[in-house]
Design a protein. Structure first.
Length: 379
């Protein structure tokens, strides 16, 4: 892993803390604060050239199992982001709220190089262990950031560029960090602006996916200020329970709509609408125009009906040719088809299929289990 001379890097860390660097960049205050904690609180060595701590397989599996609901909500966001940035030499990692990498997407032929740099499943990126880095900065400040090359606290990572963004739960708690990292990139920090924006958008998609899964038992308003985007790209998600009360809203909705800061709250106090209209069977097939009580502005929304849970079936194993599809979203059905096609093309060899899909083998196994994909020889 390339890195600058240790003595030069130590001098830069001290100069940034002391404010002696000319044109340090927009995130200089965040970096300097992190540098101070890394030096004074955690007693870390900026000259260190060793990689991050990587958990054992058993430790990682236990964490992934605990994060199963979060991992399911990511869908195919990681491989889709990776497709956008892979040509520029990036990998994509997903860390939990403790900075542990629980999923990633990387080109098969670059996996060894990224693993050597510490960008691998089970790697730990908390600030108290690794100092200033993309994941650690987001965990502490809850804001997206690009930590570019020598911005990193430890000399081991001064060849990396990392753009990271937070992922929040429906209640506003930080549950994870999405990060795109490259082993080599242009020296100018401005070269990372587009990657940072792509990461931020993908993090929002994961966040909204987690919201929908968390409130699948509720009616969900998929809303937009422009009626033409309400169905194809809703920006606001609002969950309404069976009693007609708003019980949750995503970040965009909370920022745009007055009165969603304190929930639950009756629908009629926020929208000029009788809650019965939301539960009408026709609402899920047509757009609703909703007027906000506080401002008089209009939103346009489609209603996603609650998903009714079905009793578990004993001794019945779904097969790829006869799937149980009624509880899957269109996105999950499309993902299921992609996985089956990849597995069939590689004669049901998981390692080759995972490489074709741009995901890890562990992720492939997890998605197959969730989507009830069973190899022919196990039916």
């Amino acid at each position: 892993m390339p890195y600058v001379r240790q003595t030069s890097h130590i001098d830069r860390v001290r100069d940034l803390i002391a404010g002696r660097i000319v044109n340090p960049g927009a995130d200089a205050a965040r970096l300097a604060s992190s540098y101070r904690r890394s030096l004074n609180d955690y007693r870390l060595d900026p000259a260190s050239t060793t990689g991050p701590r990587i958990l054992s397989g058993a430790e990682l599996r236990a964490i992934q199992q605990a994060e199963e609901g979060f991992l399911r909500s990511t869908g195919d966001c990681l491989p889709r982001l990776h497709v956008m940035v892979r040509e520029a030499g990036y990998c994509v990692i997903l860390a939990n709220a403790h900075g542990v990498t629980i999923d990633y997407a990387v080109d098969q032929d670059q996996r060894k190089q990224f693993r050597k740099a510490g960008l691998y499943l089970g790697s730990c990126w908390s600030e108290d262990e690794e100092g200033t880095c993309g994941v650690a900065s987001v965990l502490l400040d809850h804001e997206a950031i690009t930590v570019h090359k020598t911005d990193h606290f430890r000399a081991a990572f001064t060849g990396l560029t990392c753009s990271a963004a937070p992922i929040f739960s429906p209640h506003g708690d930080l549950i994870g960090v999405l990060d795109a990292s490259a082993l080599a990139s242009p020296d100018a920090r401005d070269s990372q602006r587009l990657v940072k924006q792509l990461v931020r958008q993908s993090a929002t998609l994961i966040e909204d996916g987690y919201f929908i899964k968390s409130y699948s038992h509720c009616s969900i308003l998929l809303a937009h200020r422009n009626r033409h985007f309400a169905e194809v790209q809703p920006e606001m998600l609002i969950a309404v329970d069976a009693q007609g009360s708003i019980v949750a809203a995503n970040r965009c909705a909370r920022q745009a709509i007055e009165g969603l800061a304190c929930l639950p709250r009756p629908v009629a106090e926020v929208f000029d609408l009788r809650p019965e209209r939301l539960f009408d069977a026709r609402a899920s097939h047509h757009l609703l125009s909703l007027r906000l009580v506080a401002s008089g502005a209009w939103l346009h929304a489609r209603v996603r009906a609650p998903i009714r849970s079905t009793p578990a079936r004993v001794s019945i194993r779904p097969t790829p040719t006869a799937p149980v599809t009624e509880n899957y979203s269109e996105q999950e059905l499309a993902e299921r088809t992609r996985i089956i096609n990849a597995m069939s093309a590689t004669k049901w060899r998981p390692l080759q299929a995972a490489a074709m899909l741009g995901i890890s083998r562990a992720t492939l196994y997890r998605r197959m289990k969730y989507l009830h994909i069973v190899p022919p020889h196990r039916q």
